[in-house]
Ligand binder design. Structure first.
Ligand code: CUV
Length: 635
């Protein structure tokens, strides 16, 4: 295969080492998997019952219906909405954990946690319409947790989830209500998708996709609550200077990589690591304990505490190939099962922590919020023990890292803008969009995929959009890509931003005390933090008196792969945002479903999917969409 596998410079150093050591990586397995199943790629393979598997012949010569009679439209629609349900389940389980933790803190049951951001808690309470007057912090936390947990329990179909109702524009809520796609209960909506896609149930592709949209909006609800309650517990992000890529691993430290998604684990590991630093030094690590992040856990601790990011999704295995990671601590989602085997090639302890997420060959340390400190101590002690077994001759840490200024939550963005206009912080942003200094806003989200040379589509698109004066926000592994490639720096703004964008970024950055422009791409956090970008957009829309589908706002997941990305992309469309996918979605075996998602959605919701695998063309198309939206607004 001649295709470049990764544009991450650390991969160039480490892939040959992996090869020499006989370690297979994600790219080797990708190659071994070629050619991949065409039926699966089109979404026309059905494994929903044991009369099957069935598959529809895309060329029209063979079967056009499965054994039960389901045609390609039904099969594709069922498959894709099951993906949405899985994505929504992942995010909302994460959200539920955080909400239950908040409840535990309110009741004084969780000594490892506290409310670190009281202002955020109060703001959330106000948003949910909870009266806080005369209430102390535990009482407010209890009320917020209760209102949040109702989103998992409410049985009244006509009462939408509390968080979604508190978050979106009025017009958007009405539009979604009219389509009967507003979720009333996250768990119920996910269950409904599983139920309606059983053999012999919903066969109408339009009805199925509408059910999927409802599931995606449940995903959005789970994300909003996960983000906001995590901020209340762990602090809202503020701008911080840190670094990204595998060069953040230190040769003389006990390196602990925190990997996965949920901050409930990583926050406590970070805290305990600080307390156990001396033990690491006693074991011979003269730089003590060094925590580094991978994937969205990495993003969570990066935007809140400036913990450096070692890797995004596709280079998680390479972190182990450095031979200098002493423990990789994982919770849920996006953890390649291969890490335990690669860890075993070295001295690395791969530690799973969640009862429902184990990996053969890994060490399991059960993590429960009630005993979080004890578990975290065991985890850190395991890392120190592993460090003692590290073979220094097998250490290869690539000398690759980039500075990254990160931590742009809604509060910090508004705070920076407030330095220009304290009375009306959004005004400078709106003014600059209206006068065209900023043409539009693009949210980059989503994963890495082996379908694309790692990080390449993110970087190519961002440079082109920047040159055309588009303000960029990023989350998830997209944010990881930009951080690793030096696009979250002030220098990048000076180098790549178009003149008018550069002027605005410099004015905001300088007045906010950054001694120069804002970084080219603003890091908003993990995947669940996509809700932050929506909050900014809703605030702008409300101020202008328009709905989200009128704003010059686009989203892009150029290297999407996870079912979670399918859920996120779908709610993005449902919120009225044109949403680019740079990898081929597994739906093209149904012309009807493809048309629904890429065209009909535009009439129904204002948002739609735009599939373009070439990042240069994708950027052009998004620029066109932005100009079309500007025209609609008369700006
Ligand atoms: Ni939640 S979902 S590969 S870590 S962004 Fe990264 Fe982000 Fe996709 Fe996973």
């Amino acid at each position: 295969m001649t295709m470049k596998l990764s544009t991450d410079p650390s991969a160039a150093t480490l892939l040959p080492i992996a090869k020499k050591e006989g370690i297979a990586t994600v790219w080797d397995r990708h190659r071994a998997m070629q050619p991949q199943c065409g039926f699966g790629q089109l979404g026309v393979c059905c494994r929903i019952c044991w009369k099957g598997p069935c598959r529809i012949d895309p060329f029209g010569d063979g079967p056009q219906r499965g054994i039960c009679g389901a045609d390609a439209d039904t099969i594709v629609a069922r498959n894709v909405i099951r993906m949405i349900a899985a994505g929504a389940a992942g995010h909302s389980e994460h959200g539920r954990h955080v909400a239950l933790a908040l409840q535990g803190v309110a009741e004084g049951r969780l000594p490892a946690y506290q409310i670190r951001d009281e202002a955020k808690l109060r703001a959330v309470a106000a948003k949910l319409g909870i009266c806080t007057e005369g209430q102390d912090v535990p009482a407010i936390a209890a009320a917020v947790a209760k209102a949040t947990l109702e989103d998992f329990q409410n049985q009244d179909h006509d009462a939408p989830c509390n968080w979604i109702e508190a978050t979106l524009t009025k017009k958007r809520l009405e539009r979604l209500q009219a389509l009967h796609v507003l979720p009333h209960n996250i768990d119920a909506v996910i269950t409904q998708i599983m139920g309606r896609t059983l053999v012999g149930c919903d066969a109408d592709p339009v009805n199925l996709i509408l059910g999927g949209i409802k599931g995606a909006l449940a995903d959005f609800d789970g994300m909003c609550l996960a983000t906001e309650l995590s901020d209340a517990l762990f602090g809202s992000p503020t701008p911080v200077v840190t670094a990204a890529n595998l060069g953040v691993i230190k040769p003389d430290a006990v390196n602990i990589a925190v990997h996965g998604h949920n901050p409930l684990l990583s926050e406590v590991v970070c805290e305990v690591a600080g307390q156990m630093d001396e033990e690491a030094r006693k074991a011979g690590a003269k730089d003590g304990i060094n925590i580094v992040g991978i994937c969205c856990t990495g993003n969570e601790v990066m935007v809140r505490h400036g913990i450096p990011l070692a890797a995004n999704y596709l280079s998680q295995e390479l972190a182990l190939v450095t031979g200098a990671v002493d423990a990789m601590v994982v919770d849920v989602q996006c953890i390649m099962p291969s890490v335990s085997e690669i860890g075993a090639c070295f001295h690395t302890a791969v530690i799973t922590t969640m009862a429902e997420n184990k990996i053969p060959g890994a060490t399991h340390v059960d993590f429960k919020e009630e005993a979080a400190l004890e578990s975290a101590r065991r985890i850190v002690a395991t890392a120190i023990e592993a460090y003692k077994r590290r073979d220094p001759r097998r250490v290869n840490i690539p000398d690759v890292k980039q500075t990254a200024i990160v931590g742009f939550g809604v509060e910090s963005v508004v705070g920076a803008l407030a330095t220009l206009n304290a009375a009306d912080p959004l005004q400078p942003l709106i003014e600059n969009i209206a006068n065209g200094n900023i043409r539009g806003i693009a949210l980059f989200a989503g994963c890495n995929s082996t379908q694309v040379a790692q990080d390449s589509s993110f970087v190519t698109m961002a440079k082109k959009l920047a040159a055309n004066n588009v303000l960029m926000l990023a989350t998830g592994c997209g944010a990881g890509s930009f951080a690793k490639h030096g696009l979250m720096t002030q220098e990048a703004t000076l180098e790549y931003a178009g003149e008018s964008l550069k002027g605005v970024m410099t004015a905001i950055g300088t007045s906010a005390g950054l001694n120069g422009p804002l970084p080219l791409v603003l890091h908003m956090g993990s995947c669940v933090d996509n809700s932050r970008a929506v909050q900014v957009a809703v605030a702008v829309a409300d101020k202008l008196g328009v709905d989200l589908d009128q704003l010059p706002l686009v989203a892009s997941a150029p290297e999407a792969m996870s079912e979670k990305a399918v859920a996120i992309g779908t709610w993005s469309v449902a919120l009225g945002i044109p949403t680019h996918l740079g990898t081929m979605p597994q739906v093209t075996g149904s012309a009807k479903v493809t048309e629904l998602l890429t065209q009909t959605a535009k009439d129904l919701l204002g948002g739609y999917f735009l599939v373009e695998l070439d990042p240069n063309l994708a950027a052009d198309k998004l620029l066109e969409v932005i100009e079309e939206r500007r025209k609609g607004l008369g700006i």
